[in-house]
Design a protein around this ligand. Structure first.
Ligand code: SD4
Length: 340
């Protein structure tokens, strides 16, 4: 911004500037919430009940993904695909604008892992609780122990999977089907016609009207994973990262490869160096592509990012990743740019 423009803006009462990009605070595009996949449309509506009323990003990102965890027809929470032993195990994380964060992993029979993650953040001196300990903590906090029965659809998928019991976990198959299913089902395409899940994770990042960022991520993880497997979603810095001076990032896709590069944190660092959200996501997707070499064709990696100014962007390894953005102008689905 040149000096004359600065003075003009000063003349109309704009005096405070953010550190990154020198955007006048009242020109920052906020509030805004962004979430992964088409399921993000409904989740954003949940988040917007808080953001649109001037509420906090941390409350919005919890409430938003709870919508998806609740959905019978979705794969993120207890209705998701089980591990190889037939148990649904859940991972979730949440982070606010002051580096407070909490996560749970390998959590069973609790409906809202995102809320347990938030309790870990707020009620314990720790960042992460796993397995039995996480479940015990949830029960102490008043969460209800659910039955542990697989949903009818998940049982069918599991029985199909058992026929071959292939070692390779199914991360997601949105590359082939997401958009056609989306068109066909008008926004509720979580389970594909062959009975498989379309995807199993929702990540959400938000900037509230106070100018504060937060993020959340919740998942049933890779379908038919080894028992005890934990992905990137509950790993702060990998699946989710928020630095209130810079931006917020969440990942979806092959968790192991997101962890390898500390994905979300790496994207935030690129934004800190001045990259736009899309450029920053692209650089880390390219890094993973280089690391994986020819194996990159077998996995999907996707990042969404928002910076302090409310600019957002995304990038994925392969085509087919979409994400939902809710601003004052409405709630829209975008196709991410990709390497292919
Ligand atoms: C995981 N990142 O557990 C998750 C899976 C995912 O869409 O995002 N699927 O590795």
């Amino acid at each position: 911004m040149d000096r004359r423009k600065f003075i003009n803006l000063g003349g109309i009462g704009i005096t405070s500037f953010t550190l990154s990009g020198f955007i006048p605070k009242n020109l920052v595009k906020k509030p805004i919430v962004i979430s992964t996949w088409d399921a993000g449309i409904a989740a954003n509506v949940g988040a917007w009940t808080i953001l649109g009323a001037g509420g906090k990003a941390i409350d919005a990102v919890e409430k938003g993904v709870m919508v998806t965890e609740d959905e019978m027809n979705c794969c993120v929470g207890l209705n998701g695909n089980p591990d190889r032993d037939g148990h649904v195990t859940l991972d979730a994380s949440i982070m606010d604008h002051e580096f407070n964060c909490g996560s749970v992993a390998f959590l069973e029979r609790i409906k809202h892992p995102i809320s347990v993650a938030r309790r870990v953040m707020e009620k314990t001196p720790h960042v992460m609780l796993v397995g039995e300990g996480a479940q015990q903590f949830a029960l102490e906090q008043g969460f209800k122990l659910e039955s542990g029965e697989l949903s009818k659809d998940a049982k069918n998928s599991y029985n199909n999977w058992l026929k071959k019991s292939e070692y390779k976990p199914v991360i997601n198959i949105e590359r082939k089907n997401a958009m056609s299913q989306l068109d066909a089902n008008k926004m509720a395409p979580h389970r594909l016609s062959n009975g498989e899940w379309n995807h199993d994770t929702i990540g959400m990042i938000a900037l509230d009207s106070f100018g504060n960022l937060s993020g959340s991520c919740t998942t049933s993880g890779a379908g038919f994973k080894m028992r005890g497997r934990v992905g990137d979603s509950p790993v702060i810095g990998a699946g989710l990262y928020v630095d209130n001076e810079v931006g917020a990032v969440v990942a979806t896709g092959q968790g192991e490869d997101v962890i390898r590069v500390a994905g979300a944190s790496a994207v935030v660092e690129q934004m800190r160096q001045g990259k736009t959200p899309t450029e920053a996501c692209k650089i880390i997707v390219e890094r993973i592509n280089r690391i994986k070499k020819e194996k990159a064709k077998d996995i999907q990696i996707c990042f969404i990012a928002v910076n302090k100014n409310g600019d957002f962007g995304s990038y994925s390894l392969h085509k087919g990743f979409n994400y939902a953005v809710h601003t004052k102008e409405g709630n829209k689905l975008y196709e991410a740019k990709s390497l292919d």
